[in-house]
Write a protein that binds this ligand. Structure first.
Ligand SMILES: [Zn+2]
Length: 327
């Protein structure tokens, strides 16, 4: 049975049907079962209670588009299964605790830095006049920082527990249908597009929720080394959550973007890239160890500039990150 899965016969970025299957393993295969047990239990303690009856007949099937090079899952679980994963098969309270641990002060600071930069891109509009949407808001890490800045913050999220959590902080949760009632100045999508069955269509939908000067941020795992990785034999007993394999994590990361095919997608949806990306680290000037920190700052700015002018515009970190606006 495949009723809970969508079979993607065309590339979700360029819509070409010329695709090559790289691997295909049933979701009930012992390798996949042990992968879920080992890695999911780390995040969703004590045990992930997957109902394999609902996955029976579906495959972890990875394909590559011959036109744009996107590596993607051919078979994608629908929202019914996704809600099962995040709400029923897992321990949501433990997941929250794990998220608290992962998101260090540096991680929060990155959001502060990003929103600070974002505000500088608009002409000194008062913060409460910035209407922002955290699309796929998760545990509201980004939107809580946006609230602290005094912005007008909205969120969209599948998980009921995460929606309820967001609302405690004054984040206004919107349903899918209500998004187009709004014109957001900024839409944050942090680690979202790699999860979407129809990323291009989603981007086109989000275009209806913005105005001509709005900015959308897309941040996804960097999959530029995935193709080489897939040429080697996957050792299922040793995959870790920091492996390149994570870019195509079964059931979850269904699109493995590289910078070129991400750009191709946004351009075909009618967007352009904003060349100045993150402007980092503006807040350290009056701190202790200023000289040392300034040296680090200069190194980081140098990397930013190098990334902006390199051929593929690759950033030196593990994410592919772009800011876009309507062409
Ligand atoms: Zn393609």
């Amino acid at each position: 049975m495949m009723t809970n899965f969508v079979n993607r016969k065309r590339c979700p970025v360029c819509n070409n049907s010329s695709i090559i299957e790289l691997l295909s393993i049933p979701y009930t295969h012992p390798n996949i079962v042990s992968y879920f047990k080992r890695l999911y239990s780390k995040y969703y303690y004590p045990e992930i209670n997957i109902d394999y009856n609902l996955l029976d007949g579906a495959n972890f099937c990875v394909a590559e588009c011959e036109t744009c090079g996107l590596i993607f899952h051919k078979e994608v679980a629908n929202d019914f299964i996704m809600v099962k994963i995040y709400e029923e098969w897992t321990d949501i309270k433990h997941n929250f605790q794990i998220n608290l641990k992962i998101h260090s002060p540096q991680y929060v600071f990155n959001h502060v830095n990003e929103i600070f930069h974002l505000l500088s891109l608009y002409n000194n509009k008062s913060p409460d006049k910035y209407k922002v949407l955290d699309f796929g808001s998760g545990w509201s890490q980004w939107s809580r920082v946006a609230i602290a800045f005094g912005l007008d913050v909205y969120g969209h999220e599948l998980s009921l527990a995460k929606k309820q959590f967001a609302e405690k902080f004054g984040i206004k949760i919107l349903s899918w249908e209500k998004l187009t009632d709004h014109q957001f100045d900024f839409i944050n999508t942090e680690q979202v597009f790699e999860h979407l069955t129809n990323p291009l269509q989603m981007l086109e939908y989000l275009k209806k929720c913005i105005h001509s000067e709005s900015i959308i941020k897309i941040s996804v795992p960097d999959s530029s080394r995935l193709k080489d990785y897939l040429k080697t034999k996957i050792d299922w007993d040793y995959i870790s959550d920091t492996d390149i394999f994570n870019a195509i994590a079964p059931l979850q990361h269904v699109n493995a973007f590289t910078r070129p095919n991400l750009i191709r997608m946004v351009e075909s949806a009618g967007f352009i890239i904003i060349p100045a990306q993150k402007m980092p680290y503006l807040t350290i000037v009056n701190e202790e160890n200023r000289d040392k920190k300034l040296k680090t700052l200069i190194k980081k700015i140098r990397n930013e500039i190098r990334a902006c002018f390199s051929v593929e515009n690759e950033r030196p970190d593990t994410r592919t990150y772009i800011l876009i606006k309507i062409k």
